[in-house]
Design a protein around this ligand. Structure first.
Ligand code: SF4
Length: 309
């Protein structure tokens, strides 16, 4: 198996007032090249902290306690700031939840695409840009190039961001809830674009709280809960035979056939400032046993739950 990214024993947290709280606990993940890998869970489960740790874009009160993030045989956590800056937007691109955040409101789309560093040959720049915009199915290319970000719809801005990733020839694309702000039809077209990128050999890590898109688009799925990996598997297996009660609850909460009552996950995800002993899901779990309140389950055979180990 050819992996593009390996995360080893990663522990990350935040200094909040006088205490330190872990947001990622002992994360071990490998990402195979040319696949779409989903990282899923509710808000607050640690997905975005993971993406921001890969890109080294964590806030000042964060601390990486231990771990390695190996990308093409180099540990991203050991790179100097100017070295990681060269990787961001070049070998690794980010598609954010809100594309407006990644576009400068003061410059036209053309000027922003001209700034993508991988385009060296100035004469060919415009042709490369137009080719990328065609690939992301933008029809009125000349109008879009002359537009400012606020003149484009959310879906169109997201296409421009994906075009940037194409121009930069990134091998790895981190998509952080890229369709959350879009309506369903636009959202599907963006996800289809990600599928096309995968078919061209790109690797995509898709952060999402929406398991309905995971089953259709992603090869592997990692389920996180309060900074822990609770289940990991190929998406096929995970959806056919979910093991962890949290995974089952997330799948049970998906709308399926008309008239079927949606199941709610009881309670709410706790803040990281609340220290929970044992399995962190136990306050919400319908299967909790005595030992769940005091012994933390290990991830064994793809699942971290005392029901199986
Ligand atoms: Fe539920 Fe216990 Fe499994 Fe946690 S370890 S998910 S509380 S059964």
């Amino acid at each position: 198996m050819d992996n593009i990214l390996e995360i080893k024993n990663l522990n990350v947290g935040f200094d909040i007032e006088d205490n330190f709280y872990f947001a990622l606990n002992d994360i071990n993940l490998t990402f195979e090249k040319g696949k779409i890998h989903a990282i899923a869970g509710e808000s607050g489960c640690g997905k975005s902290v993971l993406i921001n740790t890969i890109l080294r874009l964590l806030p000042k009160n964060s601390r990486i306690k231990s771990g390695e993030i190996l990308f093409k045989d180099q540990d991203l956590l050991k790179l100097k700031e100017k070295e990681i800056r060269k990787i961001r937007g070049n070998s690794i691109s980010l598609i954010p939840q809100d594309p407006f955040m990644s576009l400068n409101p003061l410059y036209t789309i053309e000027n922003q695409l001209l700034e993508v560093p991988s385009i060296k040959d100035r004469e060919n720049k415009i042709n490369i840009i137009k080719g990328a915009l065609e690939e992301v199915k933008i029809k009125n290319i000349d109008t879009v190039l002359k537009s400012y970000p606020h003149e484009l719809s959310g879906g169109m801005k997201q296409r421009v961001i994906i075009a940037m990733a194409l121009i930069s020839k990134s091998d790895l694309i981190l998509a952080d809830e890229p369709t959350t702000a879009l309506d369903v039809t636009v959202s599907n077209s963006i996800l289809n674009l990600l599928l096309e990128l995968k078919n061209k050999g790109k690797t995509i890590i898709l952060i999402t709280h929406d398991l309905s898109i995971v089953s259709n688009y992603c090869d592997t799925t990692t389920i996180m809960y309060l900074g822990d990996i609770v289940e990991i598997n190929s998406s096929d297996k995970l959806f056919k035979n979910p093991l962890h009660p949290y995974t089952k609850a997330l799948i049970g909460a998906l709308p399926t056939s008309r008239g079927k009552k949606l199941e709610n996950i009881k309670g709410q995800i706790s803040p990281i400032t609340e220290k929970i002993k044992g399995c962190k899901f136990h306050p919400r779990c319908n299967f909790a046993m005595e030992k769940c309140c005091c012994i933390k389950p290990k991830l064994i055979n793809n699942v971290a739950c005392h029901l199986y180990n």
